[in-house]
Ligand binder design. Structure first.
Ligand SMILES: Nc1ncnc2c1ncn2[C@@H]1O[C@H](COP(=O)(O)OP(=O)(O)OP(=O)(O)O)[C@@H](O)[C@H]1O
Length: 235
């Protein structure tokens, strides 16, 4: 990965004094306290941390699926946690894409229908977008699988579709939770290459949870959650 160009300096995402804890019976478990970070538009971030450190919790706060106890998640100037749940859902559909470890394709929809889903949910599906999606399928070598159901595809093929689906509606922010965690080395590398290419092409900002030092080395910045704080280390 090359570093983020200096001209793209405006922060896409700002986490301001973010705190989150969970109640367990009588006690309270603090996951984050006063977390603070700015992420530039177009940056690629690797998010590390031991199991249970709060990586998925942080992605859920950034996407507005979960709410912080205190602090703010600001994406492109919108304070996400000041919106209603319905407004957060609409914001998420329009501006955020997701890639998961287990692909999360919908088994009852074909490959093409899965790919088109983010556009359909926004009422943006027309002939032009459908044509673009078919072309994208061709670019990732899966055009002839458009009518197949996901369970007919290999893990690597499913993740390629999931990566395309995550970016089909041109989100400004892509959240990836261990996207190579369920793929073998070479297939994982191919998925990461595709992710890099599409993120670059779309100018999206990427936040990727990973346990792999090799995956983290591709990023512009490496952030590690440790004891409820974010630590930065050089890539
Ligand atoms: N709804 C919840 N209620 C109570 N505790 C929770 C809840 N969700 C998460 N936790 C706790 O918060 C901590 C952080 O969980 P999280 O899933 O964010 O960790 P993680 O870093 O993503 O872990 P892993 O790498 O194992 O996926 C864990 O101890 C988890 O048990």
């Amino acid at each position: 990965m090359t570093s983020t160009p200096a001209t793209i300096a405006a922060p896409l995402l700002h986490l301001r004094r973010l705190s989150k804890s969970y109640r367990e019976g009588e006690s309270t478990r603090t996951i984050f306290a006063d977390l603070e970070v700015s992420i530039a538009r177009g940056a690629r971030i690797a998010l590390l941390g031991r199991s249970g450190s709060g990586k998925s919790t942080l992605l859920n706060l950034i996407s507005g699926i979960d709410q912080p106890d205190q602090g703010e998640v600001i994406i492109q100037g919108t304070v996400l946690n000041h919106l209603s749940e319905h407004e957060r859902t609409l914001f998420r559909r329009a501006h955020i894409g997701f890639v998961f470890q287990f692909f999360n394709l919908i088994p009852t929809l074909t490959v093409l229908e899965n790919l088109l889903l983010p556009l359909e949910l926004q009422g943006r599906l027309d002939a032009k977008e459908k044509h673009r999606a078919e072309e994208l399928l061709g670019e990732v070598g899966l055009r002839e699988r458009a009518s197949s159901f996901p369970d007919r595809l290999s893990g690597g093929e499913q993740q390629r579709i999931a990566i395309c689906r995550a970016l089909i509606h041109r989100p400004s922010l892509l959240l990836a939770d261990e996207p190579t965690g369920n793929l073998d080395g070479e297939t994982g590398t191919q998925a990461l290459d595709l992710l890099d290419d599409l993120v670059r092409e779309h100018g999206a900002t990427l936040i990727m949870v990973t346990h792999s030092a090799e995956v983290a080395r591709r990023a512009d910045r490496i952030l590690t959650i440790r004891d409820g704080r974010l630590e930065e280390s050089p890539p």
